[in-house]
Design a protein around this ligand. Structure first.
Ligand SMILES: [Zn+2]
Length: 553
């Protein structure tokens, strides 16, 4: 343990055979070398840390090997191989385009390319992150790529293939590296742990592999971190502590209470998780991932989409039997919704709690759902502050008109599959007009709350992007950025108004939706609008449009 070398370096593969998780690709490369069918330029694409540079180096070494083995691998013994393995070969040249992306670097490279190798047959130029090259550098390089000297081979590597210009793409043989599967990563980590005499729990390695998201390099660096943190005893507990991952046991517990419809218990567990230092969004996303994994475990066709070791898989299979598809689809939809709303929510804790309550209620009601559907309106646990009906309205104290129960009603209606309107809507049409005073903060809160409930995403962001301004006579001024937004909002104005009326307990609210006068804030929208906006900045646009006879829709 004392002189522990970082695994990524120590265990870097030195043969095609030992590259993890890219079998078909390495076989193709090996065959090309054996059959002497080498191209002058290769493009290696794929996510970070999956072996692109490693393969490029092995490739360079193998084509220069003096005694290649019958199976197409380098001998790792000859002078050339040794110089490669000791990083002193002159036949390999690596350029990191992320930091050397200028035309000067490229010129000095293209000059070097002309000089043939002293020993060995090929000089290999590896350009990493090639998409980062500047345009000028790209052009300088293109000439060399078009007429490369016989001894030069280029290996371009990129994580972003779509950024490579077609003139380069068409001159390269393209190899797509894939993410490495969890099983492959775990297997490799097990092998390393054995050679390093590190004891490991399988679930721990599984969690590391999951976190590495298909990249071997990341997996190795996490592994190293946990090894030193846990002093050579890599347990599941050590991994989740080190990575700040939520123990999936919590998801099992939450699901159990949700399936039992036990709201209080689910809130208590949620609180427990918060106190461990996790934030609400992590929990929402974790739950969503969990439900997704359970869902794919339900069907033999999709179970391949769940990558995990046997022990973990069995646990998920258990939950797959417990959860109905109907529940899982809803759970996914709602957690996704909560995730989207999270950023804008003023009361993030309540947002997650509402999600849990919804989930609990879904299961509580799903069994006798048909019976309940007949009894309309939705049955609620009778509480002293139950919903007022319009007829008894006068007797109901104002403060109770918009109680949390109303909110719960709308949730209930939804979970029963009724087509209730998207916004919690109470049928309060008071005879005595409510007119409570409210503050700009109250208005802003109600405004955001409306946005959170708005199902039209386009409209939702419009609403979130404007700040309602309260005038002194209960008028609310809403300054939007363009006529299109104005129209959209006006169409929804009555819904918004009745929502605000309920939330702010004030029936005298008026909405003024106008387009902002402030040109700085103005955002052009739609073809004609953008055109006029641009024309205002630069008249040449108008002549351009005339010249080419361009028409606007
Ligand atoms: Zn050799």
């Amino acid at each position: 343990m004392d002189n522990y070398i970082v695994s990524a370096r120590k265990y870097r593969p030195t043969t095609f055979q030992s590259v993890v998780g890219q079998k078909s690709l390495t076989t193709t490369l090996k065959n090309a070398i054996q059959n002497n069918k080498l191209a002058h330029a290769y493009l290696f694409c794929g996510p970070r840390g999956v072996g692109k540079t490693t393969c490029a180096r092995i490739f360079a070494k193998t084509i220069n090997c003096l005694n290649p083995r019958p199976d197409g691998e380098a001998c790792n013994e000859c002078e050339s191989c040794q110089s490669f393995n000791e990083n002193r070969s002159y036949n390999i040249y690596e350029l990191d385009a992320a930091s050397n992306n200028g035309v000067d670097e490229m010129r000095s490279l293209t000059e070097q390319v002309r000089i043939p190798p002293q020993i060995g047959r090929y000089k290999v130029y590896i350009i990493d992150e090639v998409h980062m090259l500047s345009n000028a550098a790209f052009n300088a390089f293109l000439k060399t790529l078009e007429e490369p000297p016989h001894h030069a081979i280029f290996i371009l590597a990129t994580t972003e293939k779509h950024k490579i210009i077609p003139t380069i793409l068409s001159r390269c043989q393209i190899y797509d590296f894939s993410r490495i599967s969890i099983n492959d990563i775990v297997e490799n980590l097990e092998h390393i742990a054995q050679s390093e005499n590190v004891s490991c729990e399988k679930e721990a390695l599984n969690m590391i592999a999951q976190k590495a998201d298909g990249g071997m390099r990341d997996a190795l660096s996490i592994f190293d971190q946990v090894v030193s943190f846990s002093e050579g005893n890599v347990t599941y507990q050590a991994v989740i502590e080190n990575l700040n991952v939520l123990d999936y046991d919590y998801y099992f517990r939450l699901t159990e209470t949700i399936l039992a419809g036990n709201v209080p218990e689910s809130l208590v567990i949620f609180n427990e998780i918060l106190r461990k230092g996790f934030d609400g969004q992590q929990i929402v996303n974790g739950l969503a991932d969990f439900f997704r994994d359970v869902m794919v475990c339900k069907d033999p066709q999709t179970i391949v989409l769940f990558e995990a070791g046997e022990a973990v898989k069995n646990k998920y299979l258990h939950w797959a039997q417990q959860c109905s598809n109907e529940f899982l689809y809803k759970a996914l939809e709602w957690s996704n919704e909560a995730d989207l709303n999270y950023r804008y929510s003023k009361n993030k804790r309540l947002l997650v709690e509402l999600l849990l309550i919804r989930l609990c209620q879904f299961n509580h009601q799903s069994a006798p759902i048909d019976d309940k559907k007949k009894i309309k309106p939705v049955v609620l646990p009778a509480t002293p502050t139950s919903t007022p009906t319009p007829t008894v309205n006068q007797e109901v104290p104002k403060a109770q008109v918009i109680s949390k129960d109303n909110l719960r009603i709308s949730i209930n209606k939804k979970s029963l599959g009724n087509d209730s309107p998207e916004i919690p809507k109470t049928e309060v049409v008071p005879d005595t007009i409510q007119e409570e005073r409210f503050l700009p903060e109250d208005l802003e809160r109600a405004w955001c709350e409306y946005a959170e409930n708005e199902e039209d995403t386009h409209l939702k962001y419009t609403v979130l992007n404007v700040v309602p301004r309260l005038q002194d006579d209960n008028r609310i001024q809403i300054a939007v950025f363009n006529p299109d937004q104005q129209k959209k909002l006006q169409e929804k104005a009555s819904t918004i108004k009745s929502f605000l009326t309920q939330r702010l307990k004030n029936a005298r609210i008026q909405l003024d939706i106008l387009v902002t006068e402030d040109k700085k804030e103005y955002i052009p929208y739609g073809g004609r609008d953008i055109f006029e906006y641009m024309a205002e900045k630069n008249l040449a646009i108008v002549s351009l449009a005339k010249e080419f006879n361009l028409k606007l829709d």
